[in-house]
Design a protein around this ligand. Sequence first.
Ligand code: SF4
Length: 448
Amino acid sequence: MPPFYIETYGCQMNERDSEALACLLEQRGYTETSSEENADVLIFNTCSVRDQAERKAIGKVGFMKKYKQRRPGLVIGIIGCMAQNHGAELLRELPVLDFVAGTDQLHRVPDIVDDIRAGAGRTVADQLDRVIRPELDAHRQGNVCAQVAVMRGCDQFCSYCIVPHTRGREKSRPIPAIVAEVQRLVDGGTREILLLGQNITAYGVAEARRDGRYRPDSFSEFADLLRALNDIDGLARIRFTSPHVHFMNDPFVQAIAELPKVCKCFHIPLQSGSDRILKLMRRSYTRDEYLDRIDAIRSRIPDVNFTTDVIVGFPTESEDDFQQTRDLMNAVVFDMAYIFRYSPRQGTKSAADLPDDVPEETKHLRNQLLLADLENGAAARNARFRDTIQEVLVEGVSKRNPQRWTGRTTLNKVVNFLPQPDTRPGDLLPLRITRTTANSLFGEIVVG
Ligand code: SF4
Protein backbone atom coordinates (compact mmCIF):
# COMPACT_ATOMS: atom_id res chain seq x y z
CA MET A 1 0.00 0.00 0.00
CA PRO A 2 2.35 2.83 -1.10
CA PRO A 3 1.49 6.08 0.68
CA PHE A 4 0.57 9.21 -1.29
CA TYR A 5 0.22 12.86 -0.31
CA ILE A 6 -1.66 15.57 -2.22
CA GLU A 7 -1.07 19.26 -1.50
CA THR A 8 -3.79 21.53 -2.83
CA TYR A 9 -3.54 25.20 -3.76
CA GLY A 10 -6.26 27.61 -4.89
CA CYS A 11 -9.96 27.17 -5.39
CA GLN A 12 -12.71 24.81 -4.28
CA MET A 13 -12.64 23.08 -7.68
CA ASN A 14 -9.04 22.10 -6.91
CA GLU A 15 -10.09 20.78 -3.49
CA ARG A 16 -12.77 18.72 -5.18
CA ASP A 17 -10.31 17.40 -7.78
CA SER A 18 -7.85 16.41 -5.04
CA GLU A 19 -10.60 14.50 -3.23
CA ALA A 20 -11.59 12.64 -6.42
CA LEU A 21 -7.95 11.84 -7.24
CA ALA A 22 -7.34 10.58 -3.69
CA CYS A 23 -10.28 8.17 -4.13
CA LEU A 24 -8.93 6.98 -7.52
CA LEU A 25 -5.48 6.35 -6.03
CA GLU A 26 -7.01 4.47 -3.10
CA GLN A 27 -9.01 2.30 -5.51
CA ARG A 28 -5.64 1.53 -7.13
CA GLY A 29 -4.17 0.36 -3.80
CA TYR A 30 -2.39 3.51 -2.60
CA THR A 31 -2.99 4.92 0.92
CA GLU A 32 -3.29 8.60 1.77
CA THR A 33 -0.81 9.95 4.33
CA SER A 34 -1.00 13.27 6.14
CA SER A 35 2.73 14.00 5.80
CA GLU A 36 4.82 14.62 2.69
CA GLU A 37 7.83 13.07 4.47
CA ASN A 38 6.35 9.56 4.46
CA ALA A 39 4.90 9.60 0.94
CA ASP A 40 6.05 7.47 -2.00
CA VAL A 41 3.92 9.64 -4.30
CA LEU A 42 3.76 13.43 -3.91
CA ILE A 43 1.24 15.38 -5.95
CA PHE A 44 0.83 19.16 -6.07
CA ASN A 45 -2.58 20.38 -7.25
CA THR A 46 -1.79 23.90 -8.38
CA CYS A 47 -3.47 27.22 -9.13
CA SER A 48 -2.59 29.72 -11.87
CA VAL A 49 -4.98 32.51 -10.94
CA ARG A 50 -2.18 34.57 -9.37
CA ASP A 51 1.50 34.71 -10.14
CA GLN A 52 2.28 34.43 -6.43
CA ALA A 53 0.39 31.10 -6.18
CA GLU A 54 2.45 29.71 -9.06
CA ARG A 55 5.75 30.85 -7.55
CA LYS A 56 4.80 29.33 -4.19
CA ALA A 57 4.04 25.94 -5.77
CA ILE A 58 7.24 25.96 -7.88
CA GLY A 59 9.28 26.80 -4.77
CA LYS A 60 7.65 23.98 -2.83
CA VAL A 61 8.20 21.38 -5.58
CA GLY A 62 11.87 22.39 -5.90
CA PHE A 63 12.21 21.94 -2.14
CA MET A 64 11.13 18.27 -2.55
CA LYS A 65 14.60 17.51 -3.92
CA LYS A 66 15.72 16.64 -0.39
CA TYR A 67 13.16 13.80 -0.23
CA LYS A 68 14.05 12.57 -3.72
CA GLN A 69 17.73 12.38 -2.80
CA ARG A 70 16.83 10.23 0.20
CA ARG A 71 14.32 8.07 -1.70
CA PRO A 72 15.08 7.95 -5.44
CA GLY A 73 11.88 5.94 -6.09
CA LEU A 74 9.72 8.85 -4.92
CA VAL A 75 7.26 9.98 -7.65
CA ILE A 76 6.52 13.71 -7.81
CA GLY A 77 3.82 15.24 -10.01
CA ILE A 78 2.09 18.54 -10.67
CA ILE A 79 -1.59 18.62 -11.62
CA GLY A 80 -4.15 21.44 -11.96
CA CYS A 81 -4.15 24.82 -13.69
CA MET A 82 -0.39 25.39 -13.56
CA ALA A 83 0.19 21.98 -15.13
CA GLN A 84 -2.23 22.94 -17.91
CA ASN A 85 -0.73 26.40 -18.27
CA HIS A 86 2.94 25.44 -18.47
CA GLY A 87 2.97 21.72 -19.40
CA ALA A 88 6.39 20.49 -20.59
CA GLU A 89 8.06 23.73 -19.49
CA LEU A 90 7.64 22.55 -15.88
CA LEU A 91 9.50 19.30 -16.56
CA ARG A 92 12.35 21.31 -18.07
CA GLU A 93 12.49 23.76 -15.15
CA LEU A 94 12.05 21.24 -12.35
CA PRO A 95 14.32 18.18 -12.72
CA VAL A 96 12.80 16.71 -9.55
CA LEU A 97 9.43 16.38 -11.30
CA ASP A 98 8.25 13.04 -12.80
CA PHE A 99 4.94 14.01 -14.34
CA VAL A 100 2.67 16.90 -15.26
CA ALA A 101 -1.05 16.23 -15.74
CA GLY A 102 -3.44 18.97 -16.92
CA THR A 103 -6.94 19.76 -15.72
CA ASP A 104 -8.70 17.25 -18.01
CA GLN A 105 -6.18 14.44 -17.45
CA LEU A 106 -6.79 13.81 -13.77
CA HIS A 107 -8.37 10.41 -14.41
CA ARG A 108 -5.08 9.23 -15.96
CA VAL A 109 -2.94 10.02 -12.92
CA PRO A 110 -3.18 6.53 -11.27
CA ASP A 111 -1.95 4.94 -14.54
CA ILE A 112 0.78 7.54 -14.91
CA VAL A 113 1.98 6.94 -11.33
CA ASP A 114 1.92 3.14 -11.77
CA ASP A 115 3.89 3.42 -15.02
CA ILE A 116 6.54 5.67 -13.52
CA ARG A 117 6.94 3.38 -10.53
CA ALA A 118 7.37 0.51 -12.99
CA GLY A 119 10.20 2.35 -14.74
CA ALA A 120 8.53 4.50 -17.42
CA GLY A 121 10.09 7.91 -18.13
CA ARG A 122 8.93 11.37 -17.17
CA THR A 123 5.69 12.40 -18.86
CA VAL A 124 3.32 15.27 -19.68
CA ALA A 125 -0.44 14.80 -20.22
CA ASP A 126 -2.10 18.15 -20.92
CA GLN A 127 -4.79 17.60 -23.54
CA LEU A 128 -8.09 19.44 -22.94
CA ASP A 129 -11.19 17.24 -23.46
CA ARG A 130 -14.80 17.99 -24.31
CA VAL A 131 -16.17 15.51 -21.75
CA ILE A 132 -16.12 15.27 -17.97
CA ARG A 133 -14.88 11.85 -16.92
CA PRO A 134 -17.36 9.82 -14.81
CA GLU A 135 -14.44 8.57 -12.67
CA LEU A 136 -14.23 12.06 -11.18
CA ASP A 137 -17.51 11.67 -9.28
CA ALA A 138 -15.62 9.61 -6.64
CA HIS A 139 -15.98 10.94 -3.08
CA ARG A 140 -14.83 10.28 0.44
CA GLN A 141 -17.86 8.86 2.24
CA GLY A 142 -19.43 10.29 5.36
CA ASN A 143 -18.75 14.02 4.95
CA VAL A 144 -21.68 16.09 6.26
CA CYS A 145 -20.93 18.71 3.59
CA ALA A 146 -19.71 17.55 0.17
CA GLN A 147 -18.62 19.34 -2.99
CA VAL A 148 -20.00 18.28 -6.37
CA ALA A 149 -18.57 19.59 -9.67
CA VAL A 150 -21.51 20.07 -12.06
CA MET A 151 -19.62 21.74 -14.90
CA ARG A 152 -16.06 22.59 -15.81
CA GLY A 153 -14.35 25.26 -17.83
CA CYS A 154 -15.54 28.74 -18.76
CA ASP A 155 -16.51 30.47 -22.00
CA GLN A 156 -16.55 34.01 -20.61
CA PHE A 157 -12.92 35.00 -21.22
CA CYS A 158 -12.94 37.87 -18.72
CA SER A 159 -9.91 39.89 -19.74
CA TYR A 160 -7.92 39.28 -16.52
CA CYS A 161 -8.68 35.59 -16.04
CA ILE A 162 -6.56 32.58 -16.93
CA VAL A 163 -9.29 29.99 -16.19
CA PRO A 164 -10.69 29.59 -19.75
CA HIS A 165 -7.12 28.89 -20.87
CA THR A 166 -6.33 26.40 -18.10
CA ARG A 167 -9.70 24.67 -17.71
CA GLY A 168 -10.91 24.88 -21.27
CA ARG A 169 -14.39 25.57 -22.62
CA GLU A 170 -17.59 25.03 -20.65
CA LYS A 171 -18.91 21.50 -20.38
CA SER A 172 -21.78 20.43 -18.15
CA ARG A 173 -22.60 17.03 -16.75
CA PRO A 174 -26.09 15.60 -17.39
CA ILE A 175 -28.65 16.15 -14.61
CA PRO A 176 -29.24 12.38 -14.00
CA ALA A 177 -25.50 11.80 -13.41
CA ILE A 178 -25.37 14.63 -10.86
CA VAL A 179 -28.56 13.46 -9.13
CA ALA A 180 -27.12 9.92 -8.89
CA GLU A 181 -23.87 11.26 -7.40
CA VAL A 182 -25.72 13.35 -4.82
CA GLN A 183 -28.02 10.43 -3.96
CA ARG A 184 -24.94 8.26 -3.26
CA LEU A 185 -23.53 11.01 -1.05
CA VAL A 186 -26.81 11.34 0.86
CA ASP A 187 -26.96 7.55 1.30
CA GLY A 188 -23.48 7.82 2.86
CA GLY A 189 -24.48 10.55 5.35
CA THR A 190 -24.06 13.85 3.46
CA ARG A 191 -26.65 16.51 4.37
CA GLU A 192 -25.36 19.54 2.46
CA ILE A 193 -23.87 19.88 -1.01
CA LEU A 194 -21.88 22.69 -2.53
CA LEU A 195 -22.30 22.65 -6.32
CA LEU A 196 -19.19 23.85 -8.16
CA GLY A 197 -18.75 25.43 -11.56
CA GLN A 198 -16.54 28.30 -12.73
CA ASN A 199 -19.60 29.91 -14.32
CA ILE A 200 -22.34 27.85 -12.73
CA THR A 201 -25.37 29.83 -13.89
CA ALA A 202 -24.26 28.97 -17.45
CA TYR A 203 -24.79 25.28 -16.62
CA GLY A 204 -25.99 23.61 -19.84
CA VAL A 205 -25.73 26.81 -21.89
CA ALA A 206 -22.86 25.70 -24.15
CA GLU A 207 -24.69 22.48 -25.03
CA ALA A 208 -28.01 24.36 -25.57
CA ARG A 209 -26.27 26.88 -27.81
CA ARG A 210 -24.86 24.08 -29.90
CA ASP A 211 -28.29 22.60 -30.58
CA GLY A 212 -30.21 25.88 -30.84
CA ARG A 213 -32.16 25.62 -27.54
CA TYR A 214 -30.60 28.60 -25.82
CA ARG A 215 -32.90 31.60 -25.11
CA PRO A 216 -31.26 34.11 -22.72
CA ASP A 217 -34.48 35.12 -20.93
CA SER A 218 -36.04 31.72 -20.44
CA PHE A 219 -33.29 29.07 -20.49
CA SER A 220 -31.99 27.99 -17.09
CA GLU A 221 -30.97 24.37 -16.96
CA PHE A 222 -29.29 25.25 -13.67
CA ALA A 223 -32.78 25.95 -12.24
CA ASP A 224 -33.85 22.50 -13.51
CA LEU A 225 -30.83 20.94 -11.80
CA LEU A 226 -31.63 22.70 -8.51
CA ARG A 227 -35.23 21.44 -8.71
CA ALA A 228 -34.08 17.85 -9.31
CA LEU A 229 -31.67 18.03 -6.36
CA ASN A 230 -34.25 19.67 -4.11
CA ASP A 231 -36.39 16.53 -4.53
CA ILE A 232 -33.75 14.20 -3.02
CA ASP A 233 -34.99 12.88 0.34
CA GLY A 234 -32.43 13.24 3.12
CA LEU A 235 -30.58 16.11 1.46
CA ALA A 236 -31.01 19.16 3.70
CA ARG A 237 -29.16 22.00 2.00
CA ILE A 238 -27.90 23.07 -1.40
CA ARG A 239 -25.30 25.78 -1.98
CA PHE A 240 -23.52 26.72 -5.21
CA THR A 241 -20.64 28.81 -6.48
CA SER A 242 -20.02 30.90 -8.59
CA PRO A 243 -22.90 32.44 -10.53
CA HIS A 244 -22.43 35.10 -13.23
CA VAL A 245 -24.88 37.99 -13.37
CA HIS A 246 -25.26 37.70 -17.16
CA PHE A 247 -26.96 34.29 -16.74
CA MET A 248 -29.06 35.08 -13.64
CA ASN A 249 -32.36 35.38 -15.50
CA ASP A 250 -35.84 35.30 -13.91
CA PRO A 251 -36.30 31.49 -14.07
CA PHE A 252 -33.05 31.15 -12.10
CA VAL A 253 -34.13 33.77 -9.53
CA GLN A 254 -37.55 32.11 -9.23
CA ALA A 255 -35.94 28.71 -8.55
CA ILE A 256 -33.54 29.92 -5.84
CA ALA A 257 -36.39 31.82 -4.18
CA GLU A 258 -38.91 28.98 -4.13
CA LEU A 259 -36.75 25.89 -3.47
CA PRO A 260 -36.58 25.39 0.30
CA LYS A 261 -33.29 23.47 0.30
CA VAL A 262 -31.39 26.19 -1.57
CA CYS A 263 -29.60 28.23 1.11
CA LYS A 264 -30.43 31.92 0.85
CA CYS A 265 -26.83 33.06 0.87
CA PHE A 266 -25.37 33.80 -2.55
CA HIS A 267 -21.83 34.57 -3.66
CA ILE A 268 -22.21 36.84 -6.69
CA PRO A 269 -18.89 38.14 -8.09
CA LEU A 270 -19.04 41.90 -8.75
CA GLN A 271 -15.39 42.66 -9.67
CA SER A 272 -16.05 46.38 -10.19
CA GLY A 273 -18.83 48.93 -9.73
CA SER A 274 -17.68 51.04 -12.67
CA ASP A 275 -19.20 50.36 -16.08
CA ARG A 276 -16.02 51.53 -17.77
CA ILE A 277 -13.90 49.02 -15.83
CA LEU A 278 -16.50 46.24 -16.20
CA LYS A 279 -16.27 46.72 -19.96
CA LEU A 280 -12.47 46.55 -19.90
CA MET A 281 -12.81 43.40 -17.78
CA ARG A 282 -15.23 41.95 -20.37
CA ARG A 283 -17.71 41.13 -17.60
CA SER A 284 -20.77 41.41 -19.90
CA TYR A 285 -23.01 43.24 -17.38
CA THR A 286 -23.33 46.80 -16.12
CA ARG A 287 -23.56 48.06 -12.55
CA ASP A 288 -27.31 48.65 -13.06
CA GLU A 289 -27.79 45.09 -14.27
CA TYR A 290 -25.89 43.81 -11.23
CA LEU A 291 -28.08 45.90 -8.90
CA ASP A 292 -31.21 44.82 -10.78
CA ARG A 293 -30.43 41.13 -10.07
CA ILE A 294 -29.71 41.87 -6.39
CA ASP A 295 -33.08 43.66 -6.19
CA ALA A 296 -34.83 40.81 -8.03
CA ILE A 297 -33.53 38.34 -5.43
CA ARG A 298 -34.24 40.63 -2.45
CA SER A 299 -37.80 41.27 -3.60
CA ARG A 300 -38.50 37.51 -3.56
CA ILE A 301 -36.39 36.50 -0.54
CA PRO A 302 -36.71 38.81 2.47
CA ASP A 303 -33.82 37.34 4.54
CA VAL A 304 -30.91 36.87 2.18
CA ASN A 305 -27.13 37.30 2.44
CA PHE A 306 -24.80 38.26 -0.38
CA THR A 307 -21.04 37.83 -0.65
CA THR A 308 -18.83 38.84 -3.55
CA ASP A 309 -15.42 39.10 -5.27
CA VAL A 310 -13.88 42.47 -6.17
CA ILE A 311 -10.68 43.41 -7.99
CA VAL A 312 -9.06 46.72 -7.04
CA GLY A 313 -6.41 48.46 -9.13
CA PHE A 314 -7.49 47.05 -12.49
CA PRO A 315 -5.58 48.87 -15.30
CA THR A 316 -6.67 52.54 -15.60
CA GLU A 317 -8.95 52.33 -12.52
CA SER A 318 -9.36 55.97 -11.41
CA GLU A 319 -10.44 57.32 -8.03
CA ASP A 320 -13.91 57.79 -9.50
CA ASP A 321 -14.07 54.19 -10.77
CA PHE A 322 -13.00 52.95 -7.34
CA GLN A 323 -15.53 55.19 -5.59
CA GLN A 324 -18.28 53.70 -7.76
CA THR A 325 -17.24 50.23 -6.58
CA ARG A 326 -17.18 51.37 -2.96
CA ASP A 327 -20.60 53.02 -3.25
CA LEU A 328 -22.14 49.99 -4.89
CA MET A 329 -20.72 47.67 -2.21
CA ASN A 330 -22.07 49.88 0.55
CA ALA A 331 -25.46 50.04 -1.18
CA VAL A 332 -25.75 46.25 -1.48
CA VAL A 333 -24.36 45.60 2.04
CA PHE A 334 -22.36 42.45 1.40
CA ASP A 335 -21.88 40.05 4.25
CA MET A 336 -18.34 39.27 3.14
CA ALA A 337 -16.11 39.94 0.13
CA TYR A 338 -12.89 38.53 -1.28
CA ILE A 339 -10.93 41.56 -2.42
CA PHE A 340 -8.05 41.03 -4.82
CA ARG A 341 -5.38 43.48 -5.91
CA TYR A 342 -5.02 43.24 -9.68
CA SER A 343 -1.91 41.50 -10.96
CA PRO A 344 -1.48 40.71 -14.67
CA ARG A 345 -1.49 37.05 -15.68
CA GLN A 346 0.55 36.14 -18.70
CA GLY A 347 -1.71 34.79 -21.45
CA THR A 348 -4.70 36.98 -20.60
CA LYS A 349 -6.09 39.87 -22.65
CA SER A 350 -5.65 42.51 -19.96
CA ALA A 351 -2.00 41.56 -19.47
CA ALA A 352 -1.42 41.84 -23.23
CA ASP A 353 -3.41 45.00 -23.96
CA LEU A 354 -3.53 47.13 -20.81
CA PRO A 355 -0.85 48.76 -18.65
CA ASP A 356 -0.65 47.66 -15.02
CA ASP A 357 -0.65 51.35 -14.20
CA VAL A 358 -2.27 51.64 -10.76
CA PRO A 359 0.55 51.93 -8.18
CA GLU A 360 0.82 49.09 -5.65
CA GLU A 361 0.31 51.56 -2.75
CA THR A 362 -2.98 52.69 -4.34
CA LYS A 363 -4.13 49.09 -4.81
CA HIS A 364 -3.25 48.39 -1.18
CA LEU A 365 -5.09 51.48 0.05
CA ARG A 366 -8.23 50.66 -1.97
CA ASN A 367 -8.13 47.12 -0.66
CA GLN A 368 -7.91 48.40 2.92
CA LEU A 369 -10.76 50.86 2.43
CA LEU A 370 -13.13 48.17 1.18
CA LEU A 371 -12.13 45.81 3.98
CA ALA A 372 -12.71 48.57 6.55
CA ASP A 373 -16.19 49.24 5.11
CA LEU A 374 -17.03 45.55 5.43
CA GLU A 375 -15.65 45.27 8.95
CA ASN A 376 -17.53 48.36 10.09
CA GLY A 377 -20.85 46.70 9.54
CA ALA A 378 -19.89 43.11 10.41
CA ALA A 379 -20.65 43.19 14.15
CA ALA A 380 -24.02 44.89 13.57
CA ARG A 381 -24.95 42.42 10.80
CA ASN A 382 -24.31 39.48 13.12
CA ALA A 383 -26.01 41.19 16.08
CA ARG A 384 -29.37 40.89 14.30
CA PHE A 385 -29.25 37.14 15.01
CA ARG A 386 -29.01 37.62 18.80
CA ASP A 387 -31.95 36.02 20.66
CA THR A 388 -33.24 34.39 17.46
CA ILE A 389 -33.55 30.64 16.93
CA GLN A 390 -31.50 29.39 13.99
CA GLU A 391 -31.50 25.97 12.38
CA VAL A 392 -27.90 24.77 12.44
CA LEU A 393 -26.35 21.90 10.51
CA VAL A 394 -23.88 20.33 12.95
CA GLU A 395 -20.39 19.85 11.48
CA GLY A 396 -18.46 18.56 14.53
CA VAL A 397 -15.87 19.54 17.13
CA SER A 398 -14.56 23.11 16.83
CA LYS A 399 -10.99 23.34 15.55
CA ARG A 400 -10.32 26.27 17.92
CA ASN A 401 -11.89 24.96 21.11
CA PRO A 402 -12.34 21.20 21.55
CA GLN A 403 -14.98 21.77 24.27
CA ARG A 404 -17.28 23.33 21.70
CA TRP A 405 -18.86 22.09 18.50
CA THR A 406 -19.63 24.13 15.41
CA GLY A 407 -22.31 24.17 12.75
CA ARG A 408 -23.66 26.57 10.15
CA THR A 409 -26.92 28.38 9.66
CA THR A 410 -28.61 28.42 6.26
CA LEU A 411 -27.08 31.91 5.78
CA ASN A 412 -23.64 30.28 6.23
CA LYS A 413 -22.96 31.72 9.67
CA VAL A 414 -20.70 29.62 11.90
CA VAL A 415 -22.31 28.92 15.29
CA ASN A 416 -20.32 27.64 18.29
CA PHE A 417 -22.19 25.66 20.94
CA LEU A 418 -21.87 23.02 23.64
CA PRO A 419 -23.15 19.64 22.40
CA GLN A 420 -25.60 17.30 24.16
CA PRO A 421 -24.41 13.68 24.74
CA ASP A 422 -26.41 12.54 21.71
CA THR A 423 -25.36 15.36 19.31
CA ARG A 424 -23.93 14.01 16.06
CA PRO A 425 -22.38 15.59 12.93
CA GLY A 426 -25.14 15.96 10.35
CA ASP A 427 -27.87 16.76 12.92
CA LEU A 428 -30.08 19.74 12.10
CA LEU A 429 -30.67 21.45 15.45
CA PRO A 430 -32.53 24.55 16.61
CA LEU A 431 -30.07 26.82 18.44
CA ARG A 432 -30.86 29.98 20.37
CA ILE A 433 -28.19 32.58 19.54
CA THR A 434 -26.93 33.97 22.84
CA ARG A 435 -23.88 36.01 21.79
CA THR A 436 -22.47 37.39 18.55
CA THR A 437 -19.15 38.87 17.40
CA ALA A 438 -18.08 40.27 14.02
CA ASN A 439 -16.99 36.77 12.93
CA SER A 440 -19.04 34.21 14.83
CA LEU A 441 -22.25 33.36 16.59
CA PHE A 442 -22.56 31.48 19.88
CA GLY A 443 -25.66 29.55 20.81
CA GLU A 444 -27.29 26.87 22.90
CA ILE A 445 -29.37 23.92 21.80
CA VAL A 446 -33.09 24.47 22.25
CA VAL A 447 -34.40 21.40 24.09
CA GLY A 448 -37.95 20.05 23.75
S1 SF4 B 1 -16.49 34.03 -15.49
FE1 SF4 B 1 -14.65 35.28 -15.93
S2 SF4 B 1 -13.56 35.33 -13.95
FE2 SF4 B 1 -15.01 33.61 -13.83
S3 SF4 B 1 -13.83 31.81 -14.50
FE3 SF4 B 1 -14.88 32.63 -16.31
S4 SF4 B 1 -13.38 33.98 -17.27
FE4 SF4 B 1 -12.67 33.62 -15.17
